[in-house]
Design a protein around this ligand. Structure first.
Ligand SMILES: Cc1cc2nc3c(=O)[nH]c(=O)nc-3n(C[C@H](O)[C@H](O)[C@H](O)COP(=O)(O)OP(=O)(O)OC[C@H]3O[C@@H](n4cnc5c(N)ncnc54)[C@H](O)[C@@H]3O)c2cc1C
Length: 380
């Protein structure tokens, strides 16, 4: 029996780990990714703001030693969900169960002027390159902005604005600078009014301009202005954008998507194709695109695949719950515990910000590094 897992991000890693724990060598799990290493999303911010050196946040897949799991570094070229057949640069794979966990692709080139006149901080290369830019920035008008919806980790642009404020203060150039945050939502953390109020109060305290309900649609390099979806323009000296997100082309070409993303049964994560599951950012399951949700979905899909292999029933049911960590600057972190249930308004409660929750966030990363890669890892 073979399970082929496409994508070794939060979702694919958790799923492969769950199946290995359940079956060991008795099950053939092929885990495929084009990259040679994993990186937590929040590590991109740590590197960008000079908290951590780049090589400390890369987790090589070569470290994965799990009974039954074989990692293959290759590009997925074609997926046939009817036949559960996959074509890659390393050959073809047939699966009894197929899992699509390929995440969301990022397209900076889709926003005119972004690549030429600005920076994006969502890809590994983009975030790492901004480390040097921020270390030498002499001060000026900074825009942190989202260019389309949906986008990964909705709190990340707010965290970026707060961490930027802190860095510019430390570097002594905050008084010469302004920070504007352009966001498509009305509130920074829509499911939690308390978290949104706390973030907005902190923005006001630190002089961060909050521009809700709009996007940046274009940068005009000659004039150093960003065009906004409400028809206005905003001048900048440094632009830090969240690029457009799309399902990987290989997924849409496979006929798996509807309205851009893969629809799944919100309880089991199975697609409309028998034996084919999808987890994480590549789906339209109804949770935000964030690692903590991808991981929860990977765990539930693993239980359903395990039950199907054993030909037993399972009560495993995806609950749409996740705890998001939010950097406030000053080393403090808040948590937002959110629940997204199909057909209901999402609800969230806030904790912190505090140094104690910063330690809990570090433990979150360390526990995943231990579980997925079998290694001790610290973010500090
Ligand atoms: C700046 C930033 C901060 C973030 N902070 C947080 C946070 O604090 N908490 C949180 O929960 N989430 C956070 N996120 C979001 C989180 O990183 C993603 O939501 C999460 O990684 C999604 O997991 P996934 O398994 O769905 O996809 P991914 O982790 O994106 O994994 C998909 C994998 O598929 C591979 N792949 C894609 N196409 C192909 C192909 N054709 N062939 C082979 N391989 C392919 C990719 O290489 C990738 O490894 C953050 C994101 C960013 C950008």
């Amino acid at each position: 029996m073979r399970v082929v897992v496409l994508g070794a991000g939060f979702g694919g890693l958790e799923l492969a780990t769950g199946l290995s724990g359940e079956f060991g060598d008795a099950l053939d799990v092929v885990l495929i990714d084009r990259s040679d290493c994993f990186i937590f999303g929040f590590s991109k911010l740590d590197v960008m703001f000079g908290r951590t050196p780049p090589d400390a946040v890369l987790h090589p897949y070569a470290d994965i030693v799990k009974p039954g799991v074989r990692f293959v570094q290759t590009e997925v070229r074609a997926i046939d969900p009817q036949r559960r057949h996959v074509e890659t640069d390393a050959g073809a794979f047939d699966a009894d169960f197929l899992v699509v966990a390929l995440g969301a692709d990022l397209h900076p080139e889709a926003t005119p002027g972004l690549a030429e006149a600005g920076h994006e901080f969502y890809t590994v290369d983009g975030a790492f390159a901004l480390r040097d830019v921020l270390a030498t920035f002499a001060g000026g008008r900074v825009i942190v902005a989202v260019t389309s919806t949906p986008f990964k980790c909705p709190p990340a642009p707010s965290e970026t604005a707060l961490m930027l404020d802190e860095l510019l203060r430390e570097r002594g150039v905050r008084e010469k600078s302004s920070i504007a945050l352009v966001m498509p939502m009305g509130k920074p953390i829509p499911p939690s009014p308390a978290a949104s109020d706390a973030v907005l109060a902190t923005f006001a305290e630190r002089g961060i301009e909050w521009l809700p309900d709009r996007l940046v649609t274009e940068l005009v390099g000659e004039r150093n202005v960003a065009k906004l979806s409400d028809g206005t323009e905003l001048a900048f000296d440094l632009f830090m954008g969240v690029p457009q997100h799309r399902a990987p082309e290989v997924v849409s070409e496979a006929g798996l998507t509807v309205d851009g993303w893969i629809p799944v049964n919100p309880h089991t994560l199975e697609t409309r194709f028998a034996g084919v599951y999808a987890v994480g950012d590549v789906t339209s399951v109804g949770t935000p695109k964030a690692g903590v949700f991808a991981e929860g979905q990977g765990a539930v899909a693993a239980e359903h695949i395990a039950a199907a292999i054993r030909r037993v029933e399972t009560s495993a049911d995806y609950d749409g719950r996740g705890v998001c960590y939010l950097e406030f600057g000053g080393g403090e972190v808040a948590t937002v515990d959110v629940m997204f249930v199909t057909g209901q308004a999402p609800v969230g409660t806030m904790g912190g910000p505090s140094l104690e929750l910063a330690a809990r966030k570090a433990e979150f990363g360390a526990s995943r590094a231990e579980r997925w890669f079998g290694k001790a890892w610290s973010t500090t």
